[in-house]
Design a binder for this molecule. Structure first.
Ligand SMILES: Cc1cc2nc3c(=O)[nH]c(=O)nc-3n(C[C@H](O)[C@H](O)[C@H](O)COP(=O)(O)OP(=O)(O)OC[C@H]3O[C@@H](n4cnc5c(N)ncnc54)[C@H](O)[C@@H]3O)c2cc1C
Length: 419
């Protein structure tokens, strides 16, 4: 079978499907509504800060095997950088205490036995309840499975789950927390090295894909928004792009890799997540102080993670819905004062707000509650030639780059294996 595969949406799900299918020699056309690829994972030139920044800091881990395979297939694996072993620095703004978690490489968690490597003020026995999070089915929230209190929770479990699930940890779907713990802490330090796109998300995850697809003859049509789909009894018959309608031949197929609220408007009969959580990012144009580690977790503060990039310090606040309506300047000042405190900036720098930008993504991820998780559809649909992809489809992971890429790979596999 050799029809054309139309991929709707050039986010990472759509791009990874395109990379997979073009590698199998399939004819692929990608249709993207906006003028840029990357979707929620993108770089752009920001006039107010006068530099190219990412919409939000994105952290990957060395255990994100689909994301790393995707980069390898593009020859871009060296664009993600991180420390040689898994370590995470933290500061508690309330007490001023600082520590670094240092995981050992293998699966047996020797780091838990070593007071200098584990979370300070915890003992080995504190870690045992985490085993309850290892294998969980659908339906339960984290708060129903473990006690969401105590030093280990405050200093490790909460920051990990808040970052991975983008929701207040007790409310998060335990099945998704379970997948995160299995693929990170339980997989050993080799899977937990933090990786960041130092040169930006675009140059790391998006532009190499576009260049690669070009060499494979894949057409990527920007500003080509799918308006509606015409359906036959059990298949999609045509794609309506407004000024142009693409009639689908017998062997033509479609991967819909758009956000869930768009998918629901195009394909009225599907059930999708309907609630979302925000992520707030603040970017400050300033050379990071030498004492600031590349990634720093901050506790008891508005700020959750600080990233040091060349010429820029950036902050991430997950589950940031309560900050969505705060006046921008007030938010920038609050965040900057915390950054200045933890990075020990001299008073003259701390008191002056450097050029800044706040990016608030209201619908950064679907709300990773058990109820919303239950609304995630699989890739296959009731239409024979139409498959879904996206971080919100039922990947078994929270909405992440890894989930988006796995969903794109899965959709590609279904199309490739169609009889
Ligand atoms: C601020 C922020 C921080 C994040 N941090 C992390 C992190 O640290 N680590 C991590 O792993 N993940 C993180 N994520 C999540 C990650 O960005 C997403 O999971 C991933 O980018 C989703 O990719 P996707 O392809 O599924 O969807 P999207 O990126 O939403 O792509 C969908 C694409 O479809 C296009 N589209 C929509 N409608 C149409 C239409 N009608 N026709 C054609 N095209 C259409 C859109 O324009 C878009 O390009 C973060 C997200 C945000 C917003």
């Amino acid at each position: 079978m050799s029809g054309t595969v139309h991929i709707i949406g050039a986010g990472l799900a759509g791009l990874s499907a395109a990379v997979q299918l073009s590698a199998r020699g399939r004819t692929v056309v990608v249709h993207e509504a906006t003028a840029f690829a990357g979707g929620r994972c993108r770089s752009y030139h920001d006039a107010s800060i006068g530099m190219t920044i990412d919409n939000g800091n994105h952290l990957l881990l060395s255990g994100n095997h689909a994301a790393l395979d995707y980069l390898r297939s593009l020859g871009a694996q060296d664009r993600l950088i991180g420390p040689p072993s898994a370590e995470f620095s933290f500061v508690d703004l309330a007490s001023g205490k600082r520590w670094t978690l240092r995981f050992n490489d293998g699966r047996i968690p020797f780091w838990v036995l070593d007071a200098k490597r584990r979370v300070p003020d915890t003992g080995v026995l504190d870690y045992l309840p985490l085993a309850r999070l290892l294998w969980l089915g659908r339906g339960k929230a984290v708060g129903e499975v473990i006690a969401c209190k105590g030093v280990l929770y405050d200093r490790l479990v909460e920051p990990l789950l808040l970052a991975a699930l983008n929701i207040d940890a007790p409310l998060g779907a335990a099945r998704l927390a379970s997948a995160i713990i299995r693929e990170t802490l339980a997989a050993g330090g080799r899977a937990c090295r933090p990786l960041i796109a130092r040169e930006g998300l675009g140059p790391t995850l998006v532009e190499p894909a576009l260049a690669h697809l070009k060499t494979r003859g894949v057409e990527v049509r920007m500003e080509h928004q799918l308006r509606s789909v015409r359906f036959g009894a059990d298949r999609a018959d045509a794609l309506d792009f407004g000024r142009e309608t693409v009639e689908l031949g017998r062997d033509d197929t479609v991967i819909v890799a758009v956000p869930p609220y768009i998918a629901a408007s195009l394909l009225r009969e599907i059930v999708v997540p309907t609630e979302f959580c925000a992520i707030v990012n603040a970017h400050f144009r300033i050379e990071p102080p030498a004492a600031l580690p590349p990634i720093l977790g901050v506790l008891n503060a508005a700020v959750q993670w600080i990233f040091a990039f060349p010429g820029r310090v950036s902050v991430t606040i997950s589950a940031g819905d309560r900050l969505i309506d705060m006046p921008r300047e007030e938010l920038a000042k609050t965040i900057w004062s915390e950054v200045a405190r933890v990075s020990g900036l001299p008073a003259e720098l701390a008191e002056r707000l450097p050029p800044w930008q706040i990016v608030r993504e209201r619908r950064a991820t679907f709300a990773a509650t058990p109820a919303q998780d239950a609304r995630r559809p699989g890739a296959a649909t009731r239409w024979d030639n139409l498959v879904l992809a996206g971080d919100w489809t039922d990947t078994g992971l929270p909405a992440t780059i890894e989930g988006a890429i796995r969903s794109g790979n899965r959709a590609a596999e279904i199309i490739a294996n169609r009889p």
